[in-house]
Design a protein around this ligand. Structure first.
Ligand SMILES: Nc1ncnc2c1ncn2[C@@H]1O[C@H](COP(=O)(O)OP(=O)(O)OP(=O)(O)O)[C@@H](O)[C@H]1O
Length: 773
């Protein structure tokens, strides 16, 4: 028997020993948690039986208090133990079938000559019975970084106590399934092809997978980066940006356990469906999910009461389909203009001017009557000390208005409608009034009819009730008419835009189309951030000070303005931005140059950039094919996994396209693929193709912007919604010149093609897109 065979026997014996130990511990823990759970139920049920309650005198009261405290402490101690055991159980469950995936043998420089420490890495740590020796190290432990960063030879790694140097004498990888070593091999720096081949060759899933066992060196740099205030990751399609981001969250939660919690981490995703796609990774690693949201959801939350906020996909659909609209060019120019930092400066200047004049206030109206006119409020506001900021002046104004309302309420009580309202009161209200007044001795002993004071009391009650809503709205500052203030920016001769764009006919056109939308109650997507920013500047910023880490996926899709805004909203947060400028498809994010220039967001020393060139998602053939579409694509390195060449199918006419697509779908079904996407350029096209395919290839699920769950199966999806997700096979429904030929469509086309893991097929009619010619 060869050496390696002997070693494998030893290794399997160790796996057996550990899985046996893990199982024993699981059984023991299950029994104990069951017992504790029972105890907790009993303590809760008998809590008051076991407490002697007696408040007769101070000594008895003290004793009662002490006995309650003792019971409460016992309960919380039991609950703590239960929580701890449940966590341990969940770690053991994760280690049960695959206790570890890697091993390193390490000699610490400090004790050279000694035998190497043998370190096994898994998705959780395991101590021996003495509690002193690690049988398995968590992949996030400081020493584990050596596994991802080095091959055999000299190594170093950071610990809280400083840098440790040493020598790695062995690096081994395992594929262990159900407690059996399927294969094991010794490697250098790169974590072996074999393991990656196995992982990447599998079918796609409804949920993203964790990549702990095969994290690559450059990905590890992202995961463990702790220095940068702003970490910018530019990575080719399929290079593992999202995967690395999620592993990074898990790493941070481990590294800062006790200090950092999952709710202090926020991930901005490209769409709600993507949220569902990535939501299983962290629980799989034994961590809680961070807060996940989309920028659109955030905007809705902030300004959704003022306007119907257009979403980025509707804007996208417009930019892809509305070329015949006479306002098309003006709208696109407006989108570009409003996404720049210069537009934020314009808002700043506007706010400065508003400090002097121009704020608009709504009158405070009650029962159709103006109680305090907008004009009066305005005069009061501008009568306040002008050196004070607008939000602080508004606060004074609120105090003044509330006082005024108290006085006005008294006048209101005398009005006739109040009498009518009193008459309609029920008996209970009367009885209550009588009781309260008796308590206050308001009824004079001599009068037999206390009508006046009773009426006074009831009138005050009626008016107070009706004024409640008014007072609440005043407290919220709802009398400031932010929509009107924003609209004023686009009115002819708005003071602030003088010298900015006032003479340009383009600006006038942009203003007109924006105003039209705003008057309809619709907030165009490109205006949503400027509006939210203006609102915050006037009312005072609602910052999220507890958030420590903000992750933005598909970061190339955000505008400069949006970044500046986010920076202000999350003042205590580090930013991790993950994107690919080759996939910037939105009109507001330009051609991705914003993503390039982001370094200016923070100080130079606080920003770090990492570029990922290696693409893992797709076969070599697909990566090479797709890379030809974009500039600089030759730098993208495919992972060496082979598959079929992408195919081009020319249909005789547009009408024949569905048949060609159906044919490809059947072929892929035969080949056993379970998730195939027909990717269309727009939602409009997706809907049409979906209807045409239904009779000849039923069962495809149409994905729309409202779709919130990502499920396994065959789908029809618009290109821009397929961002960030992947499929076994992709069929580009229409790769004709008519669909993809404008320069703005190049990146969209690239994004669509790079969603495929194993097979890519393109259908077209007439001329093929010039991007492939
Ligand atoms: N180190 C790795 N080990 C195993 N699989 C990996 C690794 N890195 C990436 N992958 C796989 O590659 C695929 C693409 O990863 P991911 O979606 O994170 O890439 P991305 O850079 O965010 O892509 P895109 O920009 O196209 O959305 C996923 O299936 C992921 O599991």
């Amino acid at each position: 028997m060869s050496n390696i065979d002997n070693e494998r026997i030893d290794e399997q014996a160790r796996v057996d020993r550990l899985t046996g130990l893990i199982r024993d511990r699981i059984n023991g823990l299950r029994e104990r948690t069951g017992g504790i759970r029972g105890e907790i139920v009993n303590i809760r049920r008998d809590f008051w039986d076991d407490v002697t309650v007696n408040f007769e005198d101070s000594a008895e009261t003290a004793e009662t208090y002490a006995s309650m405290k003792q019971q409460a402490e016992l309960l919380s101690e039991r609950e703590r133990s239960h929580r701890h055991m449940t966590e341990q159980l969940s770690t053991l469950e994760r280690l049960k079938n695959t206790p570890y995936f890697g091993r390193i043998d390490l000699i610490d420089e400090a004790d050279s000559g000694a035998k190497p420490d043998v370190i096994y890495l898994g998705v959780g740590s395991l101590l021996d019975d003495s509690g002193e020796e690690y049988l398995i190290y968590d992949w996030r432990a400081p020493v584990s970084s050596v596994y991802y960063d080095y091959g055999p030879g000299p190594v170093s790694y950071e610990t809280p106590a400083g840098t440790v140097h040493g020598e790695m004498t062995l690096k081994r990888q395992y594929i262990i399934r159900d407690g059996k070593i399927r294969s094991m091999f010794d490697t250098g720096v790169t974590i072996g092809d074999e393991l990656l081949q196995e992982v990447l060759g599998k079918g796609s899933d409804a949920a993203m997978k964790s990549i702990v066992a095969t994290i690559q060196q450059e990905q590890n740099a992202i995961i463990r980066n702790e220095r940068a205030r702003l970490l910018i990751v530019q990575g080719a399609a399929g290079s593992g940006k999202t995967s690395a981001a999620l592993q990074r969250v898990a790493y941070l939660l481990y590294r800062y356990r006790g200090v950092l919690t999952a709710d202090q981490i926020v991930l901005f995703s490209p769409n709600p469906m993507f949220n569902s796609y990535v939501s299983t990774v962290l629980p799989e690693l034994g961590e809680q999910n961070m807060n996940q949201t989309t920028y659109q959801q955030y905007l809705e939350h902030r300004i959704g009461k003022d306007f119907a906020v257009e979403d980025p996909f509707t804007q996208m659909e417009y930019s892809l389909t509305a070329m015949d609209d006479p306002d098309y060019a003006a709208r696109l120019n407006g989108i570009a203009l409003k996404s720049k930092a210069g537009y934020m400066e314009l808002m700043d200047r506007y706010v400065e001017q508003l400090g002097e004049s121009g704020l608009r206030f709504k009158s405070i109206v009650f029962r159709g009557e103006k109680l305090i006119s907008g004009k009066t409020i305005e005069e009061k506001f501008y009568g306040l000390d002008r050196s004070v900021s607008i939000p602080n002046r508004l606060r004074s104004l609120i105090r003044w208005l509330l006082k005024e309302l108290t006085e006005l309420a008294k006048l209101e009580q005398k009005k006739k409608w109040v009498d009518e309202a009193i008459e309609l009161l029920d008996n209970e209200s009367y009885a209550q009034a009588y009781e309260e007044l008796s308590k206050k001795n308001k009824f004079s002993e001599h009068s037999y009819n206390d009508f006046d004071s009773e009426r006074g009391y009831l009138a005050a009650k009626v008016v107070q009730e009706k004024f409640k809503k008014l007072r609440r709205r005043v407290k919220q500052g709802a009398f400031l008419d932010v929509p009107a203030i924003y609209k004023a920016l686009y009115r002819p001769n708005a003071a602030v835009v003088k010298g900015y764009e006032s003479n340009s006919s383009e600006w006038r056109r942009i203003s007109e189309i924006t105003l039209d939308k705003l008057e309809e109650g619709v907030m165009p997507y490109e205006d949503a951030t400027p509006y939210a920013y203006l609102k915050e500047k006037l009312e005072g910023f609602h910052t999220h000070t507890t958030v420590r880490h903000l992750f933005i996926d598909e970061a190339q899709d955000y505008s400069e303005f949006q970044y500046q805004y986010l920076k202000r909203l999350f003042p205590n947060s580090k930013f991790t931005l993950l994107g690919d400028f080759n996939q910037s498809i939105f009109a507001h994010s330009g051609t991705g140059e914003i993503f390039h220039s982001l370094s200016s967001l923070f100080e130079a020393g606080e920003t770090e950039r990492i570029t990922l060139y290696r693409s893992y998602r797709s076969t070599r053939q697909i990566v090479e094919f797709a890379s030809r579409i974009i500039d600089g694509g030759e730098r993208i390195e495919p992972f060496n996994r082979n598959g079929a060449e992408p195919t081009l199918t020319q249909a005789a006419s547009r009408k024949e396209l569905p048949a060609a697509i159906a044919e490809r779908l059947r072929m892929m079904e035969k080949a056993g693929y379970e998730s195939v996407a027909v990717i269309c350029k727009t939602a409009e096209e997706a809907k049409a193709i979906s209807e045409q395919l239904a009779p000849i290839y039923p069962g495809l699920r149409l994905i729309e912007k409202e779709t919130v769950t990502f499920e396994k199966g065959n789908v029809i999806i618009p290109s821009y919604l397929a961002k960030g997700v992947e499929f076994d096979g992709v069929i580009i429904s229409d790769a004709s010149e008519g669909a993809y030929s404008r320069e703005e469509e190049r990146k969209l086309f690239y994004t669509a093609c790079t969603r495929a893991m194993h097979e890519l097929h393109l259908c077209y009619y007439g001329q093929l897109t010039p991007f492939l010619q």
